[in-house]
Design a protein around this ligand. Structure first.
Ligand SMILES: *[C@@H]1O[C@H](CO)[C@@H](O)[C@H](O)[C@H]1NC(C)=O
Ligand SMILES: *[C@@H]1O[C@H](CO)[C@@H](O)[C@H](O)[C@H]1NC(C)=O
Ligand SMILES: *[C@@H]1O[C@H](CO)[C@@H](O)[C@H](O)[C@H]1NC(C)=O
Ligand SMILES: *[C@@H]1O[C@H](CO)[C@@H](O)[C@H](O)[C@H]1NC(C)=O
Ligand SMILES: *[C@@H]1O[C@H](CO)[C@@H](O)[C@H](O)[C@H]1NC(C)=O
Ligand SMILES: *[C@@H]1O[C@H](CO)[C@@H](O)[C@H](O)[C@H]1NC(C)=O
Ligand SMILES: *[C@@H]1O[C@H](CO)[C@@H](O)[C@H](O)[C@H]1NC(C)=O
Ligand SMILES: *[C@@H]1O[C@H](CO)[C@@H](O)[C@H](O)[C@H]1NC(C)=O
Ligand SMILES: *[C@@H]1O[C@H](CO)[C@@H](O)[C@H](O)[C@H]1NC(C)=O
Ligand SMILES: *[C@@H]1O[C@H](CO)[C@@H](O)[C@H](O)[C@H]1NC(C)=O
Length: 213
């Protein structure tokens, strides 16, 4: 079939390039970033997008490290995606495996209940966005979702770019299709009074910058 070894190699190489370009990975197939990255991953993250859309709003994560051995995560969110009261609290204590790129089956504790979610971190973008995916059953894609976490200085445009850059690589993401997780005007209740959660949201900060300019 191939006239020479060189032509054969060229055909094989271009075929594998086409395959590499068109194959998206499911969450179960994808490799994760190493969770053990305190410098870059610790501190507060907001979940800003999810596909399919999240059924809760105001999702905030506080990530801490216990040396190189554990990642401690506190999660706060509202009880539904039409509520802005962040009154649901969850926590996780992930025991790290050195250099692991398989992701983690995270046990998320909410009061008396424990839920297991397999979580992978896929892309860390511009020190601002952390793109990841999750599933509860590795052989059931409907139990899987893609998510985008962001630092408080995120922008709507940055969320869209992160989503669209992930779409050709990971099947949890589709170009221009994701649910925004509401972060604006979220509040928490403390000792009878309500306190705003994020004083300035990413969108509002951008608006203020534009007004000042
Ligand atoms: C931590 O993240 C930074 C920025 O993406 C990366 O350069 C570094 O290799 C990561 N460290 C580990 C241990 O994965
Ligand atoms: C709210 O959650 C429901 C599922 O409970 C989902 O169908 C809907 O798309 C979500 N809406 C938004 C705006 O995220
Ligand atoms: C999680 O919440 C507990 C209880 O409020 C607190 O002691 C701990 O420091 C928090 N951890 C992180 C990583 O924010
Ligand atoms: C959101 O959906 C998950 C399943 O994806 C379900 O376990 C949870 O109860 C739902 N939460 C709300 C508030 O509807
Ligand atoms: C997390 O788990 C480790 C054991 O893996 C334990 O030493 C540590 O006290 C736990 N931390 C919290 C906050 O639960
Ligand atoms: C957002 O803030 C982080 C620090 O939390 C910084 O490293 C990053 O460069 C900032 N991103 C943008 C787009 O300014
Ligand atoms: C995560 O661990 C729980 C408890 O061991 C198990 O039931 C579940 O099947 C695991 N999930 C995945 C995706 O491996
Ligand atoms: C996981 O999904 C597969 C395929 O839908 C199903 O056959 C199996 O029963 C599910 N496992 C669990 C523990 O729900
Ligand atoms: C990250 O920064 C580069 C260079 O400034 C920019 O082209 C890209 O759009 C940024 N990505 C996101 C998600 O904002
Ligand atoms: C997400 O928010 C952006 C910016 O506000 C908006 O352009 C986009 O239509 C929203 N997407 C959805 C699915 O609501």
């Amino acid at each position: 079939m191939c006239k020479s070894v060189m032509i054969c190699l060229a055909i094989v190489a271009s075929l594998s390039m086409v395959l590499a370009q068109t194959q998206t990975q499911t969450c179960a197939q994808a490799n994760s970033l190493d969770f053990n990255n305190q410098t870059y991953f610790s501190g507060q993250w907001l979940e800003v997008a999810r596909n399919p859309a999240s059924n809760v709003s105001c999702i905030t994560l506080n990530v801490g490290y216990l040396g190189n051995t554990n990642v401690l995560v506190n999660v706060t969110h509202s009880s539904s995606n039409v509520s802005l009261l962040a009154d649901v609290h969850e926590s996780a204590n992930i025991t790290l495996v050195a250099g692991s790129t398989t992701g983690y089956n995270v046990s998320i504790v909410q009061g008396q209940n424990t839920e297991y979610v397999f979580i992978k971190l896929l892309q860390y973008v511009n020190n601002t966005y952390l793109v990841g995916c999750r599933y509860s059953n590795g052989s059931d894609t409907s139990s899987s979702a893609g998510f985008i976490l962001a630092r408080a200085n995120y922008t709507a445009e940055g969320v869209k770019i992160s989503n669209n850059n992930a779409a050709p690589l990971f099947s949890n993401f589709q170009a221009n299709t994701y649910g925004n997780v509401t972060q604006l005007n979220c509040y928490a209740s403390s000792a009878g009074q309500t306190v705003p959660l994020t004083l300035i949201s990413g969108f509002l900060a951008l608006a203020l910058l534009l007004i000042k300019a």
